[in-house]
Design a protein around this ligand. Structure first.
Ligand code: ADP
Ligand code: MG
Length: 262
């Protein structure tokens, strides 16, 4: 028998085809495509309200979508129902996808009552049922990677915003996900703290992590990503390599957006 299917390594980590998403009567995504290949870093840019966070949340199934397909390593999300009644059909698949597309939020979302080390270890031990000793070793290594190994036994409130966000990145990494999804990871930070997080994201890009990055920081998008998508009112208005998008924007809307962020 001849097998023509691509091996998992060649399949995109994440693929979104013609995604539609509404909140009630408000259509937020109107047919969006996105392909994140292994090792690629995609930045999503666009005005506030253009649908960036919604797209990210649909990708890891934190939000339902009403049309289109989402594929994780070539495996399509299985749905039951249609349109407004469409929901993922397979809870195990949802967990697998969600734990493999680890999300880093603007507001860090660390647990205040746990130490940094406990925060990083919590999901791998409790959700993935990994061995606590091994997870602790990995967690300490990831805290070292993001430059806060010495904060392991501190509580979130004892850390600066930049340190808390780096802890949140270590926590996402400790899930050993196939891709990281960042939603404006620097926008809650003071400018001088933003850079420490940008540097961590940049180092992850350099080591070949697959990432989708929503950011308001065009320099971060240019420095960290190899593909940029400009969303406008729920549609991709323009996309391409950062040099092209930032250097030679074609659409008036993108030019207008870039001059408003400069
Ligand atoms: P962005 O991240 O690009 O700023 P969002 O994806 O957060 O945009 O929002 C896109 C649109 O969807 C906005 O008009 C926003 O008000 C709306 N929206 C986002 N989340 C919800 C929600 N939970 N319920 C209703 N409307 C929402
Ligand atoms: Mg947003």
């Amino acid at each position: 028998m001849t097998e023509t299917t691509a091996s998992p390594a060649e399949l995109p980590v994440l693929e979104v085809r013609d995604l539609h998403k509404s909140y009630g009567n408000l259509e937020v995504l109107k047919g969006v495509d996105l392909t994140a290949r292994k090792g690629s870093v995609i930045s999503l840019i666009g005005s506030s309200g253009s649908g960036k966070s919604t797209l990210l949340r649909c990708c890891n199934l934190l939000e339902d979508s009403q049309g289109g397909e989402i594929l994780f390593e070539g495996e399509p999300v299985r749905w039951r129902g249609q349109g407004a009644d469409r929901h993922p059909a397979d809870a195990k698949q949802v967990t697998r996808i969600r734990t493999n597309l680890s999300m880093v939020f603007q507001s860090f979302n660390l647990w205040a009552h746990m130490t940094i080390l406990q925060n990083v270890m919590e999901a791998p031990v409790k959700v993935l049922k990994r061995d606590a000793g091994e997870v602790e070793q990995a967690a300490r290594a990831y805290l070292g990677k993001v430059g806060i190994a010495d904060k392991a036994d501190r509580y979130p409130a004892e850390l600066s915003g930049g340190q808390q966000q780096r802890a949140a990145i270590a926590r996402a990494l400790c899930m050993e996900p196939r891709a990281l999804l960042f939603d404006e990871p620097t926008s809650a930070l003071d400018p001088e703290l933003e850079q420490e997080v940008v540097r961590v994201v940049q180092s992850l890009a350099q080591e070949g992590r697959t990432m989708v990055l929503v950011t308001h920081d065009m320099k971060m998008a240019a420095d960290c990503s190899d593909h940029v998508i400009f969303l406008h009112q729920g549609l991709i208005e323009e996309e391409g390599p950062p040099d092209q998008l930032f250097g030679q924007p074609k659409s008036d809307r993108l030019r207008g957006f870039l001059s408003s962020t400069a």
